[in-house]
Design a protein around this ligand. Structure first.
Ligand SMILES: [Ca+2]
Length: 375
């Protein structure tokens, strides 16, 4: 049986300070600015007390659970709400909104379970903050590609849990979803690692003021120009090491997904249009047809439609033949007046002239008289 608890101490009006300063005894006379400046924004500071610590992880849990006092984020700053989502999938909305807490009506960025885990892992120094807060910022800073023969550049700002630059325990790699000749782009900043399941992998240089970067020019096989490609994916992979220089599966995170991360699959953080030349055709023109036989069948010997019993025109288009000649006279010219032979023939065409007389003379019977004066 425990002894009864002693009575609680009488609390002073304010808790004691640890830095020797004294709390004010009167209320401030000037209201704070309604929109805190960006300079006061601390990565991971969900409860906006100026620090990132386990209270922020707990606050994030409360928001995901919808605990009392953690259901209406409208009074929070935009930056504060972005700290709900350290995996940055609010930059690929509406993907993020599908993960909002049940009944959440405040849109993206949404707090969800993966963000609690991520925040906790940053606190444990396994993960890092990637400091990007808008699609415009992503478009402006992550990828730059000005012309086919120009430089293709990538850069992301990465910070540790205390919002400071970490250089000795962090490796940042970029996975660029190019294909073909572009896999052989020439890296002038950063170190080529290998081709990957979904493109090419390069270890970024840096950090310089927290920014890790890599740059490349086009492949030599295409005359140092890139080959034009659309919707090329960009993935940033952040890998950390402990003080012994060891890493582990749970120290690798890909924004938004890569087979380089344990049990993850490729998902671009952003995509871009790679300016470039058009590559030459990969196959030469063939002179013979692609198919060995015509693609249409031989014509049928029978028509597909039966002839109609009724003509489509009511009468023939040409008139019936005329019974009367169209010309009144023969078309041949009149005979000429001159004989066509030069001289008459010496040989009559008939052997003898036609007889003018009858071959049988007309006979007359003489008149007979009786002798009367014969002496
Ligand atoms: Ca905090």
């Amino acid at each position: 049986m425990c002894p009864p608890l002693p009575p609680p101490p009488t609390c002073p009006p304010f808790p004691p300070t640890t830095n020797g300063l004294h709390y004010p005894t009167t209320s401030p006379t000037v209201s704070p600015a309604t929109s805190p400046t960006q300079a006061s924004d601390v990565l991971g500071d969900v409860n906006r007390d100026g620090y990132f610590d386990t209270f922020d992880v707990q606050a994030l849990k409360n928001w995901v659970a919808g605990s009392s006092g953690y259901t209406d984020p409208t009074s929070l700053t935009t930056f504060q709400r972005q700290q709900f989502d350290p995996t940055l999938d609010f930059l690929t909305a509406p993907d993020d909104t599908s993960k909002c807490p049940q009944g959440w009506t405040y849109g993206t960025p949404c707090p969800h379970t993966q963000d609690i885990v991520y925040s906790n892992y940053v606190y444990a120094n396994f993960y890092r903050w990637m400091k990007l807060s808008s699609q415009a910022e992503v478009d402006a800073a992550v990828v730059e590609n000005t012309e086919p023969t120009g430089v293709l550049s990538f850069s992301v700002p990465i910070y540790g849990k205390d919002n400071a630059v970490v250089s000795d325990t962090t490796v940042v790699q970029f996975e660029i979803g190019v294909t073909g000749d572009n896999l052989q782009m020439q890296w002038s900043v950063g170190t080529y690692v290998s081709s990957s399941d979904d493109g090419v992998l390069v270890t970024a240089s840096g950090p310089s003021s927290g920014v890790y970067s890599a740059s490349a020019t086009g492949p030599t096989s295409n005359g140092n120009s890139f080959v034009a490609e659309s919707a090329v994916g960009f993935v940033a992979i952040v890998k950390t090491y402990d003080s012994e220089g060891a890493s582990a599966n749970e120290r690798v995170w890909a924004f938004q997904g890569s087979t380089q991360q344990y049990q993850s699959s490729y998902k671009a953080f952003t995509t871009f249009e790679l300016l470039g030349t058009t590559s030459a055709p990969t196959a030469s023109i063939t002179s013979s047809p692609i198919t060995s036989s015509p693609i249409t069948s031989a014509p049928s010997s029978t028509p597909t439609a039966a002839p109609s019993a009724t003509p489509t025109t009511s009468s023939p288009t040409s008139g019936a033949p005329s019974f009367t000649p169209t010309t009144a006279h023969p078309t041949t010219a009149s005979p000429t007046g001159a004989p066509t032979t030069v001289s008459p023939s010496t040989s009559p065409t008939t052997l003898s002239p036609p007889l003018m007389r009858s071959t049988s003379p007309t006979t007359f019977s003489p008149t007979t008289f009786s002798p009367q004066h014969c002496h």
